[in-house]
Design a protein around this ligand. Structure first.
Ligand code: CA
Ligand code: CA
Ligand code: CA
Length: 152
């Protein structure tokens, strides 16, 4: 996938062109049932220079563990393994089970942004899709929905 960004000097508006392709494969038809996610972009206005960001979030769940590839990419867990070390976002301590130890680990970072200590590790930011860089009730709700489950 190639992403190019074009800035229009007159209006200071940024246009993002996404050209998607795969090496060795040609052209497919658009499939409206495809589980691909959405595109988000953020422009932060400032004087002088500026920063902006762009992300494409996948709604696919390659390993079927209940967390999208977009969430797992952000959390740092394995997109293709539903069970194992750093494979399932609901199992923070890697014991193959989602229980109160995992919930308490996440709650310890409640109301903290993702970032270097004392902020939260990315692993605790598992909601919404795409994760918002913050540990809050949505993250707690997502992990407690798996309470008592074992990874598969
Ligand atoms: Ca996984
Ligand atoms: Ca666990
Ligand atoms: Ca979050």
């Amino acid at each position: 996938m190639w992403i190019t960004k074009h800035t229009t000097a007159k209006t200071s508006r940024a246009r993002v062109f996404v050209i998607s392709g795969r090496f060795g494969l040609c052209c497919y038809n658009v499939n409206p049932a495809d589980g691909r996610g959405h595109i988000t972009a953020q422009f932060v206005k400032s004087t002088g220079g500026f920063t902006d960001s762009f992300s494409i979030v996948s709604n696919q769940d390659s390993d079927g563990d209940g967390f999208t590839n977009g969430v797992e990419s952000s959390a740092g867990t394995d997109l293709f393994m539903g069970c194992g070390v750093d494979a399932w976002p609901a199992d923070i301590n890697n014991d193959t089970f989602s229980d109160m130890f995992d919930v308490v680990s996440l709650v310890n970072y409640y109301a903290k942004a993702v970032g270097p200590p004392p902020n939260s590790p990315a692993h605790y930011d598992i909601a919404p899709n795409a994760p918002d860089g913050f540990v809050d009730i949505f993250d707690i709700s997502k992990i407690t929905n798996r309470l008592g489950q074992r990874c598969r």
